[in-house]
Design a protein around this ligand. Structure first.
Ligand code: MN
Length: 491
């Protein structure tokens, strides 16, 4: 079996091995162990309780909402839910960590093994195994760019609930790691357990990268910390794998360490030599009882899960007859899928999918808009599909009408039928008119007629000329038929 993921070195092929630890901020109005707010963008140090600032004698109290969100996420990852788990102290010093330790979970996390099916090019699906999900606190933030010779600390993030989601080292290329983060983010958003906003730091990935000869045991890994965009994840992996290959091929060996990705240079650089778990002196937090809940608590959450991306994709393939690729594009965001379903209701789903992906998503992408800001409504897209299905307009003209609606925006509110009427874009199906146009093109090009009789593929040129002469309004099938007839090329 050939492996398309292998990369060539100077001395032979190499395989990249990737595992990801994703930190996802729990969607919750309050922090993991305090009632302080979690809203993004607040003035520094305005969302800090005495617990978050680690004042003496303050005691943490678990936020039930965060526990529910972790269980909900575990269920969405088809994972083992542990009804009994333990909070531990992970001890280290950092200026933005006033407690001197992070409350995390070590040996007994709230969620155990699960899976994520990732969507690759060409509709291929690969299963990546999840090792665990645990709850932990976020740290504050040091600000080094506010003053020439002082640093400041903002504790707004201190104590915010994170889910650390750890995968097994099952990924073999940058594209697979990117597909993994995209799929995980989609699942979290469908579940409503994390907003997935990478620019605001709600979702960050630590990427473990190693390389090996195909078939060899795992190599020594480096961990690239806190990569905060899908694009950077790809760049960081490509660069880090190449760096490791070059070192080994030069006769060196990889030192296990933590590295940072610098997006400006597209490079990773050393941050600190990698610490081991025992360096943190984990021990159960004496201020917190073990976390235990009933099966009923889990079942209630399970009963409230929405339809998740994979189930929606399977339904789109089965009910609408869509290709796996189109279906996975449509379900990547819940709102996109809803838009498609609203547009497709009661009409040709395949044609609707083509228009939603080819025109709506492409237009929004180009304009930098989200689906909720779309200048064209789902209802209008549906009406346009109808005009195409009943041959009022050709697919080419439909694209043009869409662009007109998109440019005019929602204020104009003009339905596609009105635009087609106003601009005189109705498809010409009148054979007499088309025939006249065909005759004209044939008469004007006797040399091309000769060529076409020898090379029937040339007929396409005539079809193109007629379409142009009619402003794209002629029915393409009718044009094609007449051209073939007139050139004497019918079988
Ligand atoms: Mn962590």
């Amino acid at each position: 079996m050939t492996n398309k993921n292998l990369i060539a070195g100077a001395t032979g092929d190499w395989e990249i091995v990737l595992g990801l630890e994703v930190h996802a901020q729990v969607s919750s109005n309050a922090k993991l162990f305090s009632g302080a707010a979690t809203e993004f963008g607040a003035e520094p140090n305005t969302q800090v309780s005495l617990v978050d600032a680690a004042m003496p004698g303050m005691l943490p109290v678990i936020n039930q909402k965060c526990v529910e969100q972790a269980v909900r996420t575990g269920l969405g990852l088809k994972a083992q839910i542990n009804n009994y788990s333990v909070f531990d102290r992970k001890n280290y010093f950092y200026p933005d960590l006033p407690q001197g330790y992070q409350i995390s979970q070590f040996q007994q996390p709230i969620v155990g093994e699960g899976v994520i099916d990732i969507d690759l090019d060409g509709g291929e699906v690969k299963t990546v195994r999840i090792e665990r999900l645990h709850l932990e606190q976020d740290a504050g933030k040091s600000l080094h760019d506010q003053h020439p010779n002082m640093s400041f600390v903002d504790l707004n993030r201190s104590g915010v609930a994170l889910m650390e989601i750890v995968s097994y080292p099952d990924m073999r290329s940058a594209a697979e790691a990117q597909a993994y983060v995209k799929k995980l983010r989609a699942i979290l958003r469908y579940l409503g357990t994390c907003d997935g906003n990478m620019e605001q730091g709600s979702l960050r990935a630590d990427v473990n990268v190693s390389v090996r000869r195909p078939g060899d045991p795992l190599g020594t890994r480096c961990e690239i910390k806190n990569v905060n965009s899908i694009r950077f994840i790809g760049q960081a992996i490509e660069h880090e794998a190449r760096r490791q290959i070059d070192i080994i091929e030069d006769g060196g060996s990889i030192a296990q360490e933590t590295r940072l990705f610098d997006p400006k240079n597209g490079e990773t650089r050393s941050m600190r030599s990698k610490e081991e778990a025992h360096d943190y002196r984990y021990f159960p937090d004496p201020d917190l009882l073990p976390l235990s809940f009933s099966q009923e608590f889990v079942d209630t959450i399970a009963a409230s899960l929405p339809e998740l991306p994979d189930d929606k994709k399977a339904r789109f393939i089965a009910d609408y007859g869509l290709s796996p690729y189109d279906a996975s594009v449509l379900v990547s965001e819940g709102e996109n899928a809803d838009f498609f379903e609203a547009a497709a209701a009661g009409r040709d789903a395949k044609a609707t999918a083509n228009m939603v992906i080819g025109s709506v998503f492409a237009g929004l992408n180009k304009a930098g808009l989200s689906i909720s800001e779309s200048p064209v409504s789902a209802e209008q897209v549906g009406q346009l599909v109808d005009l195409q299905s009943n041959d009022t307009v050709s697919s080419r003209i439909a694209k043009e009408v869409f662009e007109l609606m998109f440019e005019e925006g929602p204020d104009q509110g003009k339905d596609p039928a009105v635009i087609v009427e106003e601009k005189g874009l109705k498809q010409v199906t009148d054979t007499g008119a088309i025939e006249a146009a065909v005759d004209e093109v044939i008469q004007a090009n006797p040399d091309k007629v000769e060529q076409a009789r020898e090379r029937p593929k040339m007929a396409g040129w005539f079809v193109g000329q007629v379409m142009q002469a009619t402003g794209g309004k002629a029915n393409p099938q009718a044009v094609n038929k007449l051209v073939m007839q007139k050139l004497g090329l019918e079988e």
